[in-house]
Design a protein around this ligand. Sequence first.
Ligand SMILES: Cc1cc2nc3c(=O)[nH]c(=O)nc-3n(C[C@H](O)[C@H](O)[C@H](O)COP(=O)(O)OP(=O)(O)OC[C@H]3O[C@@H](n4cnc5c(N)ncnc54)[C@H](O)[C@@H]3O)c2cc1C
Length: 333
Amino acid sequence: MRAWPSPPYATPWRQWVELTSRRTWHRHTSAVVCSAPAQTLKRRHGRITGVKPPAFAYSAPERLDDALRLLADLGSDGKVLAGGQSLVPMLNMRLVAPAHLVDINRLAELATVEADQRGVRVGALARHSDVERSAAAAEALPLLRQALRQVAHPVIRNRGTAVGSIAHADPSAELPAVLSLVGGEVTAGSSSRTRTIAAADLFLGPLETSLQPGEMLLSAYFPALPPGTRTAFVEVTRRHGDYAVCGVAVTLTRDDAGVVTQSRAAYVSMSDTPLVIDLAEALVGGRASDADVDAAGRLATDRTQPDGDIHATAEYRRHLAGVLTVRALRAAA
Ligand SMILES: Cc1cc2nc3c(=O)[nH]c(=O)nc-3n(C[C@H](O)[C@H](O)[C@H](O)COP(=O)(O)OP(=O)(O)OC[C@H]3O[C@@H](n4cnc5c(N)ncnc54)[C@H](O)[C@@H]3O)c2cc1C
């Protein structure tokens, strides 16, 4: 794979953060298309020339075995194409330049959402909307639907995959935070083995996971939460459907007497990888009174150390962490 473009952006992640803030962002998502309207190109060149992304080879295997074999042969030159809702913009912005795309959209066996009282397993080709609409998944883990309703717009959720979002490892994305909060795991496959990776070992940095060249994610598993647990996901975005400036998922577990026995929160856009904070010291042993919930908000402000960027200052993000923690706990209580 070729190197990232050189400065003015310090890292590809910084470039992604800045470019996705511009009004042109939506134009970058419109599949692999010409860099100017077809009529303009015809007028200029007499034919349609040029595409936005760097050149790449493309395969769309129809069997999982073939896909894994191909990925093994390609090693770090290969990249999985799932819903394309993050990869295509990155190609169009020339933030990535894989030699070969392996399109997994024909692997129908991976388009699964399986749920029971123990948890939800999402196959690599299940779209966000498949998971969002699954009544069984919403019953097993309501937090999944609560989070997915915050992901982009319905049209993007119809195409983008839940597992693709996890593989993409964007610290502004909702699903990596949910997977981390519930202690979930993913299953990675290659031509030689299948292995399970806990969420805590998967996310290494912005857009970086512990997946090895030649591996792809086959599924993600979200375990159900203990009985008596309620959840909420709240966030602040600059425009409807944008990535969150700050987002918070909370769990609040009570015993039969209504006493809080555990509570945790996961934060979006607050660190390089999903940040999970235990809120026990503010809430456990009480009944989630206003005073306890406010104490949890202060705990969140104290324990978060976000960066500032083009979207928000670090101080504003920390302020939001506190306010949104309170708001999420009140919604869950
Ligand atoms: C306008 C817009 C707004 C958005 N807003 C949000 C938002 O608010 N929150 C949010 O979470 N997301 C948002 N997204 C991103 C969206 O959720 C994507 O669907 C998701 O990030 C990636 O899923 P995908 O299937 O499209 O993956 P792709 O774009 O196909 O791939 C993304 C990356 O993951 C890798 N990958 C994908 N599947 C696998 C696999 N099975 N194994 C290994 N690697 C894999 C690819 O190689 C690539 O590196 C937005 C997208 C757009 C266009």
